[in-house]
Unconditional design. Structure first.
Ligand SMILES: NC(=O)c1ccc[n+]([C@@H]2O[C@H](COP(=O)([O-])OP(=O)(O)OC[C@H]3O[C@@H](n4cnc5c(N)ncnc54)[C@H](OP(=O)(O)O)[C@@H]3O)[C@@H](O)[C@H]2O)c1
Length: 280
């Protein structure tokens, strides 16, 4: 398949480039086009004529989105509508990524694809708007919600990933406080990309939850990083209240890969196993 990967230098984009290496790849970065430039995006994609458009781009600095809703909606929703239209015109499949932040985190059990979203932040709302545009307007799509991503390239938008940040702080001898009342599933972008490679050749279009298995708090995630990497760290638990970030975060945003399991396609392993491989 001819596959355009938008945001190919991001942490997920890099791992998708590896996982989909058997295909004819068209990696695209912001230099080739900014997704908010709708005319240029259409021109570039129309010339390349991909059969699949994989959109990893996002404005996902969660606190910045609260202060700058316009660019958040511009990248996470309006640009997505343009990509939907281009994909439809080219008869291409659109692969688009969304987030656990579409949920309010009041659940006591993992969210499935049919759970009702209720975002608490501008980021979550803008991503949910993008989801609705994909679900209502795209003819062939895979819409993939994931959670707590980390990958070798490090998040471009967030200046590195959580694991790298923790190890750096420990190396610098900092006292590290991490929230213990926000529960998630840390997810390796290498694993997520391999799962995308499994579902892409199928015609099982639609919405998917794709995360590693199991769950933990961010504090437990940090503790696991230090334990597995055998690094001594001055780590303490804190709470979302004390952290006082501009954007509200869901206190519990564990996603169940329910659809993948129904289809017998789930290849996601436990988050600790994925983390161990990453830290090797
Ligand atoms: N990170 C997480 O924890 C997490 C959790 C759940 C879901 N997600 C979703 O997963 C996807 C991938 O995230 P990631 O962690 O791989 O992010 P990332 O490393 O920040 O990569 C995002 C990519 O998008 C590009 N990009 C941003 N704005 C663009 C624009 N206007 N035009 C063209 N390219 C643009 C960035 O390029 P430049 O850096 O060159 O601008 C970068 O290559 C996103 O949809 C995100 O919402 C992420």
């Amino acid at each position: 398949m001819r596959i355009a990967i938008l945001g190919s230098n991001g942490q997920l984009g890099r791992d998708l480039t590896l996982a989909l290496a058997d295909h004819q790849l068209l990696p695209l970065t912001r230099v080739a086009f900014d997704v908010t430039d709708h005319v240029r995006a259409r021109t570039v994609l129309s010339e390349l004529r991909p059969e699949v458009i994989v959109n990893t781009t996002a404005f996902h600095q969660v606190d910045d989105c609260e202060r700058q809703p316009e660019p958040a909606y511009s990248v996470n929703a309006l640009a997505v509508l343009n990509l939907v239209r281009v994909a439809n015109d080219l008869n291409a499949t659109l692969v688009h990524f969304s987030t656990d932040y579409v949920f309010d985190g009041k659940s006591q059990k993992p969210y499935v694809e049919t759970s009702e979203p209720f975002p608490l932040s501008i980021y979550g709302n803008s991503k949910l708007a993008g989801e609705y545009l994909v679900r209502t307007a795209a003819r062939k799509y895979f819409l993939i919600r994931s959670c707590g991503l980390y990958g070798r390239a490090g998040s471009r938008g967030r200046g590195g990933n959580f694991v790298q940040t923790m190890l750096k702080k420990a190396e610098e001898g900092e006292s590290i406080r991490v929230v213990h009342d926000q529960v998630l599933t840390p997810t390796s972008t290498a694993d997520l990309a391999r799962q995308v490679a499994v579902i892409l050749p199928t015609a099982h279009y639609g919405l998917y939850h794709v995360t590693n298995e199991g769950s933990c708090s961010w504090y437990e995630f940090a503790a696991a990083v230090f334990e597995i990497a055998r690094v001594k760290a001055d780590l303490f638990p804190t709470t979302l209240d004390l952290y006082k970030a501009p954007a509200l975060r869901p206190p519990y945003s564990v996603l169940e890969n329910a659809r993948l399991k129904e289809l017998g396609l789930n290849v996601m392993r436990h988050w600790r196993d994925a983390l161990s491989e990453y830290l090797k």
